[in-house]
Design a binder for this molecule. Structure first.
Ligand SMILES: CC(C)(COP(=O)(O)OP(=O)(O)OC[C@H]1O[C@@H](n2cnc3c(N)ncnc32)[C@H](O)[C@@H]1OP(=O)(O)O)[C@@H](O)C(=O)NCCC(=O)NCCS
Length: 263
């Protein structure tokens, strides 16, 4: 996001008059220390100082931060990746038939500090990201947005379902937190008119649903009857050439005989 956006604090926090000023803007290099403090409260993952500096300064990342009365209270960090750069554990997000230009956006972090939750702040950040991904040249290149969350993070799971994400895959023991392993869910939302790729089982169930539709079933039976009749006719014709094409010649002969008799 280029410019700073002032959001009506009174609108978002109608129940809290101490919140006077609410601002949303991209991260800047001077935010690195605050981002580190906030991320330490939000995520059970250890990031390096280099990572904090990078996300606050590199144009590679799409970043947004929410400030309440000048204090950082939430953020979103995402990166647009070329589809050949999607990690192996997330393969299948985009089918191999997608062109080389296809890209996927990856949400690396999204969080809001506890006292400020359930005021649609994370939704606002996500909406800005979606707006960015579905405008400009990205309409032709960005095919989906995806992320990982812990499989027991019920708030995040509800949040992403609410925003029309679907579960792509359960990743067993994806996270290592305090020396123990935790499962992750990869969530994805397809964008810019792209439909989710069809798995083998999706394809089978699609075929099944077509075959068991009464009208499709009747059409199928009629086609089978026609094919059997044609086969039968060609076998009979093969055995007795008078039947088939020869039949019309026989009818003409009979007509001639009739004409002679009448004369
Ligand atoms: C998940 C998280 C980002 C949501 O932030 P938020 O600002 O509270 O979210 P919103 O107010 O925009 O919520 C939008 C919708 O998401 C769902 N949701 C959000 N938090 C929820 C919760 N705790 N329980 C159930 N549903 C929840 C609801 O449907 C909610 O709509 P509603 O309030 O009208 O019912 C926040 O809980 C958080 O920062 N968690 C810690 C960090 C994290 O887990 N990040 C996600 C992994 S990247």
């Amino acid at each position: 996001m280029e410019a700073t956006e002032a959001v009506s604090a009174a609108g978002v926090f109608a129940d809290d008059s101490s919140i006077r000023d609410l601002t949303i803007r991209a991260l800047e290099p001077c935010d690195a220390q605050d981002v580190k403090l906030v991320c330490n409260q939000l995520f059970p993952i250890d990031y390096t100082d280099e990572w904090f500096e990078n996300i606050c300064s590199s144009a590679r990342f799409f970043t947004l931060a929410v400030f309440v009365n000048g204090r950082l209270i939430g953020l979103l960090v995402a990166e647009i990746r070329h589809h050949s750069k999607i990690n192996l554990e997330d393969d299948g997000l985009l089918g191999s038939f997608f062109p080389d230009t296809a890209q996927a956006a990856y949400i690396m972090s999204l969080g809001v500090l506890q006292p400020y939750r359930r005021h649609r702040l994370a939704s606002t950040l996500l909406d800005h990201l979606l707006q960015y991904l579905t405008s400009g040249d990205r309409v032709d290149t960005v095919r989906c947005v995806f992320l990982h969350t812990m499989s027991d993070n019920t708030a995040a799971i509800s949040f992403y379902y609410r925003h029309h994400f679907r579960q792509h895959r359960l990743l067993k023991e994806y996270y290592v937190i305090n020396e123990s392993n935790g499962d992750a869910i990869c969530f994805v939302r397809y964008l810019n008119g792209v439909s989710p790729p069809m798995s083998f089982w999706d394809f089978i169930s699609f075929l099944g649903s077509r075959c068991f539709m009464p009208s499709a079933c009747l059409g199928c039976m009629m086609r089978c009857v026609r094919v059997v009749r044609q086969l039968f006719a060609s076998v009979v014709e093969h055995k007795n050439p008078a039947v088939g094409n020869g039949c019309s010649a026989g009818a003409a002969d009979m007509a001639k005989e009739d004409a002679k008799l009448m004369a």
